[in-house]
Design a protein around this ligand. Structure first.
Ligand code: ADP
Ligand code: MG
Length: 895
């Protein structure tokens, strides 16, 4: 029988693995918005998102409500890494009557303790009496917390049952009680569970502690979870401490197969049968009881105490945790065991003593093993959600069981290592309970609040209201009108260049066409076959050496023709003369579909003798020099137009083209009667807005920030393309870098220590924004990017970085939307419609790859132009396919 009893108390390793899996499942359930109401492991958000960094300083009060005491504590931090805080304590006894009395009386009592403690500690130092003291409140009951200083009590436990408190905000109750006290200038800044306090206390030892386990009368654990996984809280970036409340694990019956008859008896006799099943197997409040029931059962089976009375064991609570520990910890011989049992009034034989000790060891060992299993679940969950191969973490531990059972830590370590071999936990015993940690939470909260104010100050100019954006939209509209007017065109910052493209594709275009793409990331030559079955293409990328880009115009165009000849030869297209569409992504004054004067080079091109010339003619001249007859240039196409045309082949409603890549620009179909710069009033023409230059006449000065001005000044074209410099890929990384430098200067980032690399221009690429802003991206990846920049980013730094990136990319998307809103609203008015339905063909890597840009753009556009129903289409190769289609449409129109 004794062997069977001992076996039932030992859980095999495979079963522990299963239990660990269930614990992880329950944790996920508790965190998910849909399922947390049914979850047994509650996973309560604590709104504690940071651990101390050592810069905290000042005086902090803590009041801790305990089973039968109220503990007050004053902690002075010196900002010296929290090495040796100064602490003063006072403990007040809590009368039994208060625990079951009225809520108001309880909080008045706590407030009086605070007030009396302050009178005693601070009156001796009158200089302190004027300051308002921040207070952290340790409240070890289950609360639904919605902010660090807002927590609704869900239920009392541990013998408390004060009336009128459940469902109320206990922070508010304490603050009101404190306000009633005279000369008590105290603000309740934070509320926390004792487990969380322990985690923070252990965090002070110079390294962050991200898990805490309390193995005491009850049992609980908290850890820093990725905030986006805590769906029940609003926070989405960074981490948040989650109070697991794992004592309720098993309340759905999942532990039934390992629950012994002794556990069942303990549960039946408790004040809350059926609840806290896990806690009742591992909490020190219950271990003595489990042993007692085991002894009763074994005696009934005549396995122990044969022939003597064990009546004394019938009384609940006679066998205490202390008895268990004394018996277990007695390694040599059984003399002490006999003494303990005899003191209880039993008459054990030698064999009884040995067996009682075995039972006690089994019960305590099981408690340690189950704690380890719960911990393993948390460690594995952390490792997995942080996308780590190996997790190294500090675990703060405290409580009667941990302190009183020397083998506890050993079991914890070996079992958790077996169950979660990918995790390495280091245990930090908490020597100061939760009080010191509560002071730290309070200090961190204040530090973060001050930092938040400063961060907001830095970012405020970049945050645009809907009204601001409406104004940008109106200004864009004004500039558009000005650009279209014959007289006003010269003074407009938005050039509104005619493209001589008057039709979008209708799907009947046919034939083989060549296309050239110059001015994007790559120089390419393509052949595009437009057939009944659809469009097929082949292309080749060619290099333009810098010496040619910046040499002579003749040299550049000769090189281009060489590339075309090479391509046509390779493609066996030398025998025909193919129509060619030329995508030329530089601002041009177009005089006809195949006549365009280059206004200025951009993007690093500076070949001489081209500006002011017709680039189609330059290309034709080069072909003549090379005696190449295999092509005929029929159209010069801006990349925005190509983009619109490429999408227009599939969707006839596509009458807008948008680019958000290295630069930004847009085109759309305007009524000829509105185009003052071209003769004729019939039909429509596509207008290349060149909106990147919007604001170059000063009309956007009010929204430029310090960062934008610095970025502009360091470009090769200061004062030019001001709108583009707020939006496009070439600049967003630079804007972010400027903000990071200012924040570092203000000590808000990297502990005020800039890396020399951060001072390097263009080191922060726009693609980093995409990575950093990815939802749910492990912060490890952000840190990897940052370490490439030789920045040693703390966890908080990474979170702040993400906010900076989000602010910059959001503004870019919103400004782009303001521009588009002006366009669609004008089109709607042009056509006299109440509601316009239109599509936009979009190209550009920023738009396509950034995780939020397109969503932000579309949402803002809806807000700014509610009467327009705008569909966004991703363009596939607008500058290749689109240019060929312009040539094809021209061909179709000509025939
Ligand atoms: P172009 O506009 O020259 O035709 P793209 O449309 O490919 O070329 O845009 C290139 C720009 O896109 C680069 O300047 C870069 O800043 C930006 N970019 C590249 N990768 C990403 C990314 N993953 N997320 C956001 N922007 C990116
Ligand atoms: Mg492009």
């Amino acid at each position: 029988q004794i062997q069977r009893a001992l076996r039932s108390l030992s859980v095999p390793l495979e079963r522990l693995h299963i239990m660990k899996g269930h614990m992880v499942e329950d944790m996920c359930k508790g965190l998910s918005r849909q399922t947390h109401m049914q979850a047994k492991v509650r996973m309560l958000p604590t709104y504690i998102c940071s651990t101390p960094n050592g810069t905290e300083k000042g005086n902090f009060l803590v009041v801790e409500l305990c089973q039968n005491q109220v503990r007050t504590l004053l902690v002075t931090l010196y900002g010296d890494g929290n090495m040796s805080p100064h602490m003063m304590y006072k403990i007040f006894d809590l009368p039994d009557s208060i625990r079951q009395g009225e809520g108001e009386a309880l909080f008045d009592f706590i407030a009086q303790c605070v007030s009396q403690f302050l009178a005693e500690t601070i009156s001796s130092d009158p200089s302190r009496s004027e300051e308002r003291l921040p207070l952290g409140f340790v409240f070890p009951f289950t609360c639904r917390q919605t902010q660090l200083d807002k927590a609704e009590l869900l239920s009392w436990s541990k013998g408390f049952s004060c009336s009128g408190v459940v469902g109320k905000d206990v922070v508010q109750l304490l603050q009101s009680a404190i306000n009633k006290q005279e000369f008590c200038r105290v603000d309740v800044v934070a509320l926390m569970n004792d487990t969380v306090g322990t985690m923070m206390t252990c965090s002070m030892e110079g390294r962050p502690c991200e898990v805490a386990m309390v193995a005491d009368k009850g049992s609980n654990c908290c850890f820093m979870a990725e905030a986006y996984l805590v769906e029940t809280a609003e926070e989405t970036s960074g981490r948040m401490c989650v109070n697991t409340e794992w004592g309720c694990f098993g309340d759905d019956g999942i532990l039934n197969d390992i629950i012994t008859p002794y556990d069942a008896r303990v549960d039946e006799e408790s004040s809350n049968p059926g609840e806290k099943r896990f806690e009742k197997m591992v909490g020190s409040l219950y271990l003595g009881e489990i042993v007692r029931h085991a002894l009763i059962a074994l005696t009934a089976e005549k396995a122990i105490f044969t022939g003597t009375s064990i009546a004394i064991l019938k009384e609940k609570g006679v066998f205490t945790m202390q008895h268990v520990l004394d018996i277990v910890n007695n390694e040599d011989g059984i003399t002490d065991v006999r003494r303990i049992l005899e003191a209880l009034g039993l008459q054990p034989s030698e064999r009884d003593c040995g067996r009682v000790q075995q039972v006690c060891r089994a019960v305590v060992g099981r408690a340690a093993t189950l704690h380890a299993t719960g911990l393993a679940a948390i460690l594995s969950y952390m490792c997995q959600t942080r996308e780590l191969e190996k997790l190294m973490v500090n675990v703060g531990v405290e409580g009667e069981l941990y302190a009183g059972y020397p083998r506890f830590e050993e079991i914890l370590l070996s079992v958790s290592r077996l169950l979660s071999p990918e995790c390495m936990a280091t245990f930090l015993p908490s020597r100061d309970g939760s009080g010191r940690g509560a002071a730290m939470v309070t200090a961190v909260a204040l530090r973060l609040a001050a930092q938040r104010r400063e961060v907001n100050e830095v970012l405020a100019p970049l945050r645009l209201s809907l009204a601001d954006l409406g104004k940008v939209q109106a200004l864009m509209r004004e500039e558009m009108e000005r650009g279209l007017g014959k007289e006003t065109n010269a003074s407009a910052s938005v050039r509104m260049l005619p493209t001589y493209v008057s039709h979008t594709p209708d799907g009947t275009e046919r034939g083989d066409f060549l296309a050239l793409d110059l001015g994007g990331t790559n120089f390419r030559v393509l052949v595009v076959r437009v057939a009944e079955e659809g469009i097929s293409m082949s292309s080749e990328i060619y290099v333009i050496p810098v010496a040619i880009m910046q040499g002579t115009g003749e040299g550049l165009f000769d090189h281009i023709i060489d590339c075309i000849i090479d391509f046509q030869t390779k493609q066996r297209l030398v025998t025909q003369t193919l129509p060619l569409g030329f995508t030329f992504s530089f601002p041009c004054q177009q005089m006809g579909l195949d006549k365009a004067l280059l206004l200025t080079w951009t993007k690093g091109f500076s070949a001489s003798g081209c500006e002011g010339q017709d680039v189609v003619q330059l290309l034709r001249d080069a072909a003549k020099r090379k005696q190449h007859l295999g092509m005929e240039v029929v159209a010069l196409v801006n990349d925005t137009v190509g983009t619109m045309m490429a999408c227009g082949y599939d969707d006839p409603k596509c009458e807008i083209g948008l680019i958000v890549g290295t630069g930004t620009n847009a085109c759309y179909m305007e009524e000829m009667r509105n185009v003052g710069t071209v003769e004729g009033d019939e039909g429509r023409m596509c207008i290349n807005m060149e909106w990147g230059a919007f604001g170059d006449n000063g009309c956007l000065d009010h929204i430029f920030t310090h960062f934008d001005r610095v970025v502009d000044e360091t470009t090769i074209n200061p004062g030019k393309q001001r709108f583009e410099k707020l939006i496009s890929g070439m600049y967003l990384g630079e804007i972010v870098r400027q903000i990071l430098m200012v924040m570092t200067e203000k000590q808000l980032l990297f502990q005020g220590k800039p890396s020399p690399k951060l001072q390097t221009r263009n080191i922060f690429q726009t693609k980093f924004l995409s990575t950093i802003e990815l939802n749910g991206l492990a912060l490890r990846q952000i840190r990897a990017i940052l370490s490439e920049l030789e920045l040693d980013a703390s966890f908080e730094d990474s979170v702040l970085m993400r906010e900076v990136c989000q602010t910059v990319s959001l503004r870019a998307a919103q400004l782009c939307a303001a521009g588009l809103a002006a366009v669609v609203e004008k089109m709607r008015e042009n056509r006299g419609l109440d509601q316009l339905s239109v599509s936009v063909g979009v190209d550009g890597t920023l738009y396509k790859l950034h995780p939020r840009f397109s969503t932000n753009l579309q949402k803002t556009l809806k807000d700014l132009a509610p009467n327009c129903d705008v569909t966004f289409l991703l363009s596939e190769d607008g500058s290749g396919k689109g240019a060929a289609l312009v040539a094809a449409v021209a061909d179709r129109a000509a025939n």
